[in-house]
Design a protein around this ligand. Structure first.
Ligand code: C2E
Ligand code: MG
Ligand code: MG
Ligand code: MG
Length: 294
């Protein structure tokens, strides 16, 4: 009886596992095809500086337009791309495409903003990351200061010595570097001081309850002071409400990104936003600040 049950449960689970493996294989094959068939695209989420409310940059976020499923978010395919190593080729495509689109906006006469691109830990294991970045900039005639690279603590800590050395080289090329999802990784402050970064990005998980949870508020304030003491700028991600925005502004956060201002946009819509010169609707105090001579 027990044997029978055991066999049954094997029979019960086995097809499901096969289905999952099949799904994985299909997904992997799909990622290869996506590269060949140009199914990836970049959306851009505006970055806004809080003092005057202007758009000063954008984060490039990859999407996969699957011919059958439709639009797929990076959370559903980047982990597998990292596991299989395909992220290296996908990452190359992202860097190259971001540079092409920076150039296209410059040619169209739009305000020059800096565009950030996310890097996976895996990309620091490839031989030629620095070369690749240099090439993408040179071939598209883009100045290095217009490109920013976002890297997480966890990505750096996969191989800290090597990654820090590469980050230093990238810094010499002139690109900006930011530490993404700050506070969720496990790097020590001892490492932090060795990262040649320009900006700390406060993770969305701290911002979410910033106005109701004193711990999150305290952590956020501590990160802001830490960043400023280290002469870094600080940006908050995932800002969804006016109250969060006001809190961050009052506490000297430099920049923010979030649905409150804009969702990630297709390149045409991001360009349109830059063209229209849209700014953050500022409160009265901020409006006063706006008229201040700098
Ligand atoms: P991330 O770099 O931390 O990007 C921020 C994510 O938060 C984006 O999700 C963005 O759409 C989302 N977000 C922005 N504002 C808000 C908000 O106000 N509320 C909420 N709930 N979410 C907000 P997305 O585009 O799904 O990307 C998820 C992650 O995938 C990224 O996290 C990044 O780690 C990774 N990713 C995206 N594009 C790339 C890429 O080109 N290469 C690599 N290696 N990773 C990428
Ligand atoms: Mg990011
Ligand atoms: Mg982030
Ligand atoms: Mg995050």
């Amino acid at each position: 009886r027990a044997k029978e049950l055991g066999r049954n449960s094997v029979q019960f689970y086995a097809p499901e596992m096969n289905a999952r493996m099949l799904e994985r294989l299909e997904l992997e094959a799909g990622l290869h095809r996506a590269l060949e068939q140009h199914e990836f695209l970049l959306h851009y989420q505006p970055k806004v500086e809080l003092e005057r409310g202007r758009v000063i940059g954008g984060e490039a976020l990859i999407r996969w337009r699957h011919p059958v499923i439709g639009m797929i978010a990076p959370g559903d395919f980047i982990p597998l791309a990292e596991e299989t190593g395909l992220i290296v080729q996908i990452g190359e495509w992202v860097i190259e495409t971001a540079c092409q689109q920076i150039k296209a906006r410059q040619t169209a006469g739009l305000a020059e903003v800096s565009i950030s691109v996310n890097l996976s830990g895996r990309q620091f294991q490839q031989e030629n990351l620095v070369q690749l970045v240099k090439q993408a900039l040179a071939q598209n005639d883009v100045a290095a200061q217009h490109l920013e690279l976002e890297v997480t603590e966890s990505a750096i800590m996969q191989n800290p010595e090597r990654t820090i050395a590469i980050l230093r080289e990238l810094k010499e090329v002139g690109v900006k570097l930011s530490l993404d999802d700050f506070g969720t990784g496990y790097s020590s402050l001892n490492y932090l001081k060795r990262f040649p970064i320009d900006t700390l990005k406060i993770d969305r998980s701290f911002v979410r309850d910033i106005t109701s949870n004193p711990e999150d508020a305290a952590i956020t304030n501590a990160v802001i002071s830490l960043a400023h003491s280290l002469k870094l700028s600080v940006i908050a991600e995932g800002v969804e409400t006016e109250a969060q925005l006001e809190y961050l502004r009052r506490n000297q956060c430099d920049q923010m990104q979030g649905f409150h201002f804009s969702r990630p946009l297709p390149p045409e819509d991001f360009a349109e936003m830059l063209r229209s010169g849209r700014t953050l609707a500022l409160g009265q105090t901020a409006k006063d600040e706006k008229t201040r001579t700098l």
